[in-house]
Design a protein around this ligand. Structure first.
Ligand code: ATP
Ligand code: MG
Length: 460
């Protein structure tokens, strides 16, 4: 961002005496006082341990140009402009929207229940081949992360690729209202964030709302393989274009072809009648819908087949998203970033596909935020595990007994144990060294399954 204090104040609908500072430039926004350097707008937010207002003086001492606060800060009188608003986070959203309207980039917004970040990385990698573009850093996809991502853009960035993450009804309207997308994509829905969104239909309705935010000249894309999503998508935007990984007659289609000799995942695409084969450093049939979302969105943004191919080949993915690693004696899959029923089922299926008829071990953790669906989802997980024909299951979390029940009801013949500490999988590490095969690590963020993975690798 780059705007004067007076422009910033008007965009935030703030009050305050800024006369001496009206023309001072604001060139970045942050809520982190340690990062509030020269030119920054320091945004005072309440944290779980500290209140941002207590750090405003320090931010100004470090060179911050202005402070956005929920109350007057007499300690800064005459030293720095203090822009006072009722709700700092909301004001950041208004400021981000103002910046978006001022520099008029093309905004591509993605949402879905599993794979927003991976799809965003794919699309941003393609748009970077096309020209200067930005994306949310990491997982900055909510009412705070989205404005921060947008305000980090410069006027030269002509494409903004943004993932939007929601957990409650109304979140999508807020986020889409901030970023005003020209292109909207929803690539899947699953039972995630049920505590705030109700049931699958509720998830679909909440996500599909994004598609209604693109104007007449914009593009909306949704995956028709999810019936609830497709029904809601057509309601939200009758011009929505279809994507599918099952129906070759869909406007946009993609299938996973397998793993190439150099370890790249190969995917075959058909984008509105044009065939394209691409390869990238992520694996598995379950990611075909992400590749499709990125490629179809890129095509709508004007990318050529060559740009799509090059961008996908270069894409890098953050840690813990189905990263496949050969230890020499077995294959370890690090999918520890997070889990919900959709991504858990997909990862188990992809792990089975990867190991063929060989031994498969699963080290899994509780799936969180499922509300009243928790028990049923974990019992169902037992059935999914049993159907995968895996040999060994270790499970961490309060629903272990329900997973066991699901396994028993499906006639599971392998070994199951509940685990609490990483040291409890030592014998599994020893066993995998002799049997080989594939070991999948996955669970909700709160379960910290990466600690089990690290222990496995050090014992292995
Ligand atoms: P968050 O809601 O935390 O932002 P996200 O939607 O951005 O998550 P990712 O971070 O890309 O999703 O991936 C989260 C997990 O879902 C990872 O374990 C990843 O392997 C898995 N995953 C990614 N894409 C899919 C997909 N299309 N289907 C099922 N699982 C997927
Ligand atoms: Mg994400």
């Amino acid at each position: 961002m780059r705007m004067s204090v007076s422009e910033t104040m008007a965009a935030c609908q703030a009050r305050g005496d800024i006369r001496a500072f009206a023309e001072v430039l604001v060139e970045s926004a942050t809520q982190d006082s340690r990062a509030a350097g020269p030119g920054a707008l320091f945004c005072c937010l309440p944290g779980s341990r500290a209140d941002g207002h207590d750090f405003a003086v320090r931010a100004v001492e470090q060179g911050a140009s202005a402070v956005l606060a929920a109350r007057e800060l007499p300690g800064l009188s005459g030293k720095a402009p203090v822009l006072v608003v009722e709700d700092v986070q909301r004001a950041m959203g208004l400021l981000a929207r103002h910046w978006r309207r001022r520099v008029r980039p093309v905004v591509a917004a993605l949402s879905g229940s599993a794979g927003k970040t991976t799809a965003k990385e794919m699309l941003a990698s393609i748009t970077t081949v096309m020209g200067p573009s930005i994306k949310n850093p990491g997982n900055f996809n909510n009412q705070l992360g989205l404005p921060l991502s947008m305000l980090a853009a410069g006027a030269e960035h002509r494409t903004w690729v943004l993932e939007l993450g929601i957990s409650r009804v109304g979140d999508m309207e807020e986020l889409a209202g901030i970023c005003e997308p020209d292109l909207a994509v929803v690539h899947n829905v699953g039972p995630a964030h049920l505590e705030g969104l109700g049931d699958l239909r509720g998830v679909a309705r909440a996500k599909a709302a994004l598609l209604g935010f693109v104007g007449e000249s914009g593009t909306a894309l949704a995956n028709k393989d999810y019936p609830e999503l497709w029904a809601e998508a057509k309601k939200a935007n009758p011009r929505v274009k279809a994507m599918s990984t099952r129906d070759p007659s869909a406007e946009n289609f993609c299938t996973y072809k397998g793993c190439s000799a150099n370890g790249m995942g190969v995917y075959s695409l058909m984008l509105e009648g044009s065939p394209l084969e691409v390869s990238l450093s992520c694996q598995g049939a379950h990611l075909a819908e992400n590749v499709l979302a990125a490629a179809a969105a890129a095509r709508a943004l004007g990318a050529t087949g060559e740009q799509i191919r090059e961008g996908l080949a270069r894409a890098e993915f953050p840690k813990g998203r189905f990263a496949v690693r050969d230890t020499g004696t077995c294959v370890v899959i690090d999918d520890t970033y997070n889990a919900n029923p959709l991504s858990m089922t997909a990862a188990i299926g992809a792990a089975r596909a990867l190991c063929g008829a060989g031994p498969l071990a699963l080290v899994l953790g509780e799936m969180g935020e499922l509300g009243k669906e928790r028990d049923q989802a974990h019992e169902e997980l037992g059935r999914v595990i049993a159907a995968s024909g895996c040999d060994v299951v270790r499970f961490k979390g309060p629903s272990a007994a329900l997973v066991r029940l699901g396994l028993e009801r499906s006639g599971f013949a392998g070994s199951f144990a509940e685990v609490r500490e990483p040291s409890e999988i030592a014998e599994l590490a020893a066993q995998a060294s002799s049997t080989g095969g594939v070991v999948l690590f996955k669970g909700s963020r709160s379960q910290r399954m990466e600690e089990f993975l690290e222990r496995f690798l050090s014992d292995h």
